[in-house]
Design a protein around this ligand. Sequence first.
Ligand code: SAM
Length: 298
Amino acid sequence: MRNTARTGMRTLPRRSFLLLVFVAAATISRPVYLAAGKPSSSQKQFYLIGVGPGDPDLITLRAIRAIEKADVIFPSPGVVQRFEEYLRGKQVIEGYWHLFPFYGVRAEDVAPSERERYERITAKRNEFIRKVRQAVAQGKVVAIVDSGDPLIYGPWSWTLQEFADLDPVVVPGLSCFNAANAALRCSPTSGKTTKSVILTAEDWPGKTDTIERLSKLRTTMVLFTMTAHFEHFIQKLQVHWPPETPIAVVEHAGFAEKERVITGTLGTILSRVRSQQLPFEYLIYVGDFLQTRSNPDG
Ligand SMILES: C[S@@+](CC[C@H](N)C(=O)[O-])C[C@H]1O[C@@H](n2cnc3c(N)ncnc32)[C@H](O)[C@@H]1O
């Protein structure tokens, strides 16, 4: 006799019955928004993807899968070189990286000395926006592929506003901050008397949280340096931190072959670091958590 199970409608073979139960259970356990008919992320057309700060093995599986879906890629510098294998067969459009300055600023609010730069960047940004819109109108999936995490001092974060109507998908990436913590081999959230970390950058016009003000808290600070001068950071830090405060510079975090840590104190670091030789990819750490480093010179 065949194995059967009874449903309200008709008698099914046991295997079919079990399959039915499995499918029903899977459907019920799906997230509510899918059941409600909202498009899944696989149908989205605009992605902002972080691919990590260093060697290619720091990319995430989610980032790889998102790149796979894309037809058109706008990469940050260094991305093509590091992730060539994932970009094969895609339309890769380079040269649109530094487009955030003046985003949302009206021409009449720009100082005359800045007008030429404003016009140039705005024209380039508009060109980029047109390209994205065109690709999307053709049914293509567009992805911006950025180093590190795209929302930590990310030069493309403005695109989330610009393309809000496309319901962008952001794929997080490992930040250089994470990679540099690993390089230091100690936890920045474990200060002697503090438990917080301030991520900051140089003092940009219009921003009130200056390095000098933040330093008053004497909690761990991590400085994203971009193109600012090393000496200027140190001078500002010295206003409220005492000279014996431990400090570290982490270069090329996440690149196994070239990662480098230089340590000292606020009083000695200028004599240990050749600022002209610093790469674009370096972070400054300040705080007494650095004293907990095991084998600090290793
Ligand atoms: C535009 S920000 C981008 C940060 C990126 N979104 C992230 O989450 O890693 C660039 C600055 O980040 C820091 N940076 C980026 N990559 C780095 C790396 N591999 N090692 C150390 N610092 C890095 C440097 O201070 C650099 O000037």
